[in-house]
Write a protein that binds this ligand. Structure first.
Ligand SMILES: C=C1C[C@]23C[C@@]1(O)CC[C@H]2[C@@]12CC[C@H](O)[C@@](C)(C(=O)O1)[C@H]2[C@@H]3C(=O)O
Ligand SMILES: O=C(O)CCC(=O)C(=O)O
Ligand SMILES: [Fe+2]
Length: 343
């Protein structure tokens, strides 16, 4: 049988989205990390949205600006130069294909593995300047991830305060990933109504504990609220955005829920550039509802125990939009009432 490759133009047309209202959401919680109530504010934001921005975070603007400038330089280089760092499998330069299972987006990216606080030697090194800028940035993101996870533990009453943070930034080498995404303006949208868009990065949840995102001033990120409504997140160059990931959902037995999010590329002239640090634990880390959060409550564990390595393997076999936690949910407990109905 001859299998015909899907023509590129067709692939692009399937990324076109029907016109939709772009409701810019003013309700994204902004947590002041230097404030006295930061821990409680972080937990409240995680419970309500699984998503929030942080300000007064202590990350020098120069670290962010330097990486953004190097990233822009990399994506502006020739296709042959970029392809020399690819294909992303999973690490390296990728264009339009996201993951290995058929997902596509109007995006090009660098996906890189981090070892402790530097770019892994196995990751491609596009240029020394980019590598140095990434290392400085990732060092800052590890610090921010630590602060946020310590605040989550404190706000939830989990001790020690470093219990969650140590999973990502502790002594044992953890599974951290770093991604720089570039969403160029899409020529398919020229001449279409202004509320038309293309899928930049399809809807999904992040598998790790937390992800920390920064973007330039171009909008495009949308998050799903708990009532299912999708809203656009106004960009803020001075802030970082934090996503609760699937693993933190399990560790907190569903009290914090991972946020579904996506990126749409609109009809504007400006590219969107985003950089995201994904804080995952060591492969052998057991992921299960924390006993401290179950003690003294009527709650049963909603998930069975698994290791991050098992979850990651399953995640990388899934499609972007899949509910990756469903196969890890605990089987329903038989109650006398349920038994009566069965007999
Ligand atoms: C389609 C996929 C891309 C992804 C691996 C997966 O099979 C499902 C999860 C995806 C995701 C989403 C968050 C991060 O961007 C990412 C690096 C991750 O850890 O999980 C991507 C994966 C990827 O791009 O390879
Ligand atoms: O590029 C963005 O703003 C978000 C991308 C994203 O969600 C991801 O890479 O997992
Ligand atoms: Fe994501």
């Amino acid at each position: 049988m001859v299998v015909l490759a899907k023509p590129a133009a067709l692939e692009q047309i399937t990324l076109l989205r029907p016109p939709e209202p772009w409701e810019s959401f003013s309700g994204v919680p902004a947590v002041d990390l230097s404030g006295p109530d930061a821990a409680a504010d972080v937990v409240r934001a995680c419970e309500r949205f699984g998503f929030f921005s942080v300000v007064n975070h202590g990350v020098p603007a120069g670290v962010v600006d330097r990486l953004e400038a190097e990233a822009v330089r990399f994506f502006a280089s020739s296709q042959a130069e970029k392809d020399a760092s690819g294909p992303a499998d999973p690490f390296g330069y990728g264009s339009k294909r996201i993951g290995r299972n058929g997902d596509m987006g109007w995006v090009e990216y660098l996906l890189l593995a981090i070892e402790r606080d530097t770019l892994s030697k196995a990751s491609p090194a596009p240029s020394t300047a980019l590598r140095d800028a990434i290392n400085a940035y990732v060092g800052a993101m590890r610090g921010l991830a630590r602060t946020v996870l310590e605040m989550v533990a404190e706000g939830l009453g989990v001790s020690p305060r470093g219990a969650l943070a140590d999973m990502v930034t502790g002594d044992v080498a953890s599974d951290q990933v770093f991604r720089v995404n570039h969403y160029p303006p899409c020529p398919l949208l020229q001449g279409l109504p202004p509320n038309c868009s293309v899928t930049g990065f399809g809807e999904h949840t992040d598998p790790q504990l937390v992800s920390i995102l920064h973007s330039n001033g171009t909008p495009g990120l949308q998050v799903a609220l708990h009532d299912g409504r999708w809203v656009s997140v106004p960009p803020n160059r001075d802030a970082f955005f934090v996503n609760v990931g699937d693993s933190l959902q399990v560790l907190t037995n569903g009290r914090l829920r991972s946020v579904r999010h996506r990126v749409v590329a609109g009809n504007g002239l400006k590219s969107r550039v985003s950089m995201i640090y994904f804080g995952g634990p060591p492969l052998a880390q057991r992921i299960a509802p924390l006993p401290q959060l179950l003690a003294g409550t009527q709650s049963l564990p909603l998930y069975r125990d698994f290791t991050w390595g098992e979850y990651k393997k399953a995640a990388y076999r899934s499609r972007l939009g899949d509910n990756r936690l469903a196969p890890f949910e605990a089987p329903p407990v038989a109650t006398p009432d349920a038994d009566r109905h069965r007999s």
